[in-house]
Each structure stands twice: as structure tokens, then as C-alpha cells.
Design a protein around this ligand. Sequence first.
Ligand SMILES: C[S@@+](CC[C@H](N)C(=O)[O-])C[C@H]1O[C@@H](n2cnc3c(N)ncnc32)[C@H](O)[C@@H]1O
Length: 232
Amino acid sequence: MTQETKPTLQHLSTDAWQELRLLAEPTSSSFVDVFMATNIHKNKIRRGQRFLDIGAGGSDATKRLLELGADAYAVDPAYVDVSTLYEKIKRANSYHSVSPFINRSNNALEGFKNSVSSNPERYIAASADELPFRDNTFDVVYSRAAIMDNLDIVWNLFSDSIDESIRVTKPGGTVRLFAFKFEDPLLPPRINRTRLDNQTRKIRDLASSAVIKAIEVVKFDSVRNAITFQKA
Ligand SMILES: C[S@@+](CC[C@H](N)C(=O)[O-])C[C@H]1O[C@@H](n2cnc3c(N)ncnc32)[C@H](O)[C@@H]1O
């Protein structure tokens, strides 16, 4: 059992949930999308390997990881009310014209829903900056379009989320943060610059204090990026 015994946010009232910094609309990326974002190859997943998906939304990545024998968990504050999360994503997907991505997303959402019914203990309502896990628990901690792209807009939330990600990762384990963009076209350039400066500063500070090593920025194309750290 990797989860600490302290109560998860599932035990909190709706009012308490409203106070959470729920900064992004949930989406449901498929395992394929998460795999592309995290470079986790399904043939390389070891039985019992511990994964944590932060800000997982309606993704089916945890379901697929469990099927592959991994010891996988997903956290998202929206898990305080999974039915609402499901309906929201379903509605959002219906506004898009049919495309391979939306079909994949809808399939992922159904997989997610089934997996939550069969493995509710794997889907924990929690915020990235307060993870209900012990130190040094996971081999791989990843976040797709949640810590980067969304939480990074608020410095404390970003900073605490990075610290928490590293805290729950085993020494030698990997943290992988995927972003669709490092710059948001909807934000003024000044804000984008501050955002980038803060991210870089945070990561440089951690590296110089030897908490992390082997930092790698993977550019998938002109807009999609991932930052990977290895915990020292
Ligand atoms: C764009 S969605 C990405 C969902 C999923 N990772 C995917 O790839 O489909 C962003 C997610 O971040 C979650 N989120 C918002 N605030 C959060 C927080 N404080 N801690 C963790 N996740 C959060 C949202 O509920 C949402 O599911």
C-alpha cells in the first residue's frame, strides 16, 4: 500500500473542494497520447513498477498501466466527483468535430470510468502540491498538461508541485512533465516571460542543490515539450 493513511480529498466537503486550486478543465488523453508525452514504452514496463499520474483527468493511462501489471495511481482534485468530471469531458468532446483524437479521447474516457469503478483506490482526489503519498514511493511520476501548461501559471502551485513530485519519487526515479506549450498565446508576453523565468529558475535551483540530475528537455515539435528530471 503506497498511500498514506491520512484522509484523501474524497473525504472533504464540496466547499473544501471549491477552495482547491483547480486550474484546468479536465481532458481524457489516451494511453497512446500519454505514452507519446512520457516516452513510457509499454514493452519496458516492469510488473509492480510504481507510476503516478498527476492531474490525470479522464485519461486511461492508469487503467492500461494496471493491465500491464504496474502499480499505478492517478491524482486529480476533480476526482472528488468523478461523475461530474466524466460528464464535463464528454460534453467538451462533443463540441469538437469528429477526429481520431476525439475518438481516442472518448474511448479513453470510457476506459477511465470502468477503471475507476473496478479500482477506486487507484484514483485519488488530491492536488499536485499536496500529494498523499510517502517520500520515495514511485519509479515514474508524470504529468501531462497539468503541472506544465496549467498549474505553472501560479508560482507557488508550480513550485510546490515540483517539490512534491520529487519528494514522492524514489532516488534514481524519473519525473516527467509534458507540456503542449511553454508559452501561452492567450497570455501577454510579459506573463509568458515571467512564467518561463520562474520555471527555469526553479529547475536550476533544484539541480544545483543536487536533488535532481540528468535534466532533459525533449522537444516533440514546435509546440510540444517535455522536461524530465532524474531524482538524485
Ligand atoms: C488539460 S487536463 C489534462 C488531463 C490529463 N493529464 C490528460 O492528459 O488528459 C488538466 C488536468 O489538471 C487537473 N488539475 C487542475 N488543478 C490541479 C491541481 N491543483 N493538482 C492536480 N491536478 C490539477 C484538472 O482537473 C485536469 O484534469
